[in-house]
Write a protein that binds this ligand. Sequence first.
Ligand SMILES: *[C@@H]1O[C@H](CO)[C@@H](O)[C@H](O)[C@H]1NC(C)=O
Ligand SMILES: *[C@@H]1O[C@H](CO)[C@@H](O)[C@H](O)[C@H]1NC(C)=O
Ligand SMILES: *[C@@H]1O[C@H](CO)[C@@H](O)[C@H](O)[C@H]1NC(C)=O
Ligand SMILES: *[C@@H]1O[C@H](CO)[C@@H](O)[C@H](O)[C@H]1NC(C)=O
Ligand SMILES: *[C@@H]1O[C@H](CO)[C@@H](O)[C@H](O)[C@H]1NC(C)=O
Ligand SMILES: *[C@@H]1O[C@H](CO)[C@@H](O)[C@H](O)[C@H]1NC(C)=O
Length: 486
Amino acid sequence: MIYQALLSLVSSAIILGSAPAQALDNGLALTPQRGWNTWNKYGCNINASIILANGKALIDEGLHKAGYEYVVVDDCWQGPRDPSTGRITVDSTKFPHGLKNLTDEIHAMGLKAGIYSSAGSMTCGRHVGSLDHEEIDAQTFADWGFDYLKYDNCFNEGRSGTPKISYDRYNAMTMALNKTGRPILFSLCQWGEDSSYLWAPTIANSWRISGDIYDNFDRADARCPCDDMTTQTCYLQGFHCSVKKIVNFAKSLGQKAFPSAWLDLDMLEVGNGGMSTTEYVTHFSMWAMMRSAMILGNELFSMDNATRAIVKNTHVLDLISGDANGSPAYPVWEETTSTNGTEMQLWFSSLVNGTYAAALVNWGSQDASGQSIDLSTFFVDDAPARKASWDVYDLWAGVDFKQGTVPAKLSKLSGSPFTGSIGNLDVPSHGIKLLRLVPAGTDGKGMSEQEHKRRALQEAEHVQLERAMQWQEDRVNARRMASRGL
Ligand SMILES: *[C@@H]1O[C@H](CO)[C@@H](O)[C@H](O)[C@H]1NC(C)=O
Ligand SMILES: *[C@@H]1O[C@H](CO)[C@@H](O)[C@H](O)[C@H]1NC(C)=O
Ligand SMILES: *[C@@H]1O[C@H](CO)[C@@H](O)[C@H](O)[C@H]1NC(C)=O
Ligand SMILES: *[C@@H]1O[C@H](CO)[C@@H](O)[C@H](O)[C@H]1NC(C)=O
Ligand SMILES: *[C@@H]1O[C@H](CO)[C@@H](O)[C@H](O)[C@H]1NC(C)=O
Ligand SMILES: *[C@@H]1O[C@H](CO)[C@@H](O)[C@H](O)[C@H]1NC(C)=O
């Protein structure tokens, strides 16, 4: 009886837990968007020819086949607002044939086009912003043929400070985009202010969680002052945030992301020169683990082989394209030892068909050899998985950074299948071991959705049975103590 009642409680909790949250209903970003943006490489020094050259490289490099489909024009495309029509004009030096011509060219390549504005009186580059001009600007972007809007937070005229004020300011654009009738992916860039994790997922396809990234792995910078975006004491989001800082901001936020409402850890810096190949691999891997929007920020037509090998690693990209359920990673444990300079984190995320991804990150200054992943800790919420056997694939194995090549098919880590723990893992300083765990004997495919559900139910029953037994035992003990007058 007790067991039955508890079980039904738990099943309804499971059903409630998996009910889809209210997402922006524009049919876009069912998996995290991928593309390229002008800002990280060029800042304000943009023009039609450089954008089209990068668009062409997306095709020539085969990056579009790996899912990178948006070419996004960031800040500094604008002329002044036309006083007679009220519309924003285009900088005609940078875009002599206008932006409709640009999107036509981008569409002709089989790609999609993105544009940028700010929910402020001016953009961050001090060009005209869209605050209180949402409808006419959204219509202008739609008329020009854009498919994507990145919407920034500069010069917001003090219209921030509570979640409601910020929500209203951004929701005005959500409504305006909808009113155009054109599906336009809404990339909300509000830096995580005013607890945006509480409201941004309901009005945007992706939402920035922090101040801007810069091309640095772990250097602390006072211009990115906060430590935790979820505390009420973090009022200044800043910029110059390192990869390490952003990953730490993201630790708890994955639970607020879901299909069509992804985290945005900011645009990638891979290939821009400020980090080592090892560091860029960690950067790229963790963005994929968090199911972040994956927007390249390097010059695509002059990529070197190491950059190519990273951004074209389809095994890593499969983490985001293959996760229709939306399961951003979270850390299972972290361990800092000052004696030998190691600073390790183990991250967990679930994937389709009862498969999983594990990321063992070494933020420290010393290489870590012979590390292991204890499956009883890794599968802390999943008893059957703890006891199962796993074929393990290293998503960076066989990648040749000198030749810029990625193996079509990964081979199993030697020692597979693993039970109990996955051992002998070497993780260089600032490096990562990114692994995919697949139930042994399924030829790398995992199990059907049905089998996975059956196991989940079995797990719920198992946990409940344990709890019910504990409850009964406690009651017996309580009675015993009562009868002894305690
Ligand atoms: C506008 O919103 C409605 C209701 O949420 C939705 O059905 C429709 O597809 C949206 N249209 C666009 C273009 O986003
Ligand atoms: C276009 O922008 C690129 C990158 O900033 C620059 O190298 C190039 O000279 C510009 N071309 C024109 C015609 O302004
Ligand atoms: C863009 O403008 C140029 C110059 O007028 C023209 O040659 C080209 O055909 C236009 N592209 C498209 C796709 O219309
Ligand atoms: C660092 O030192 C701690 C404590 O001695 C040890 O447990 C750990 O395994 C060491 N880590 C590495 C990577 O050597
Ligand atoms: C880059 O890789 C290609 C093969 O994919 C190779 O031919 C070329 O030599 C490599 N370039 C460098 C600079 O190593
Ligand atoms: C999941 O399993 C189904 C059924 O076996 C299979 O068709 C599908 O390709 C699998 N998906 C992935 C991403 O492996």
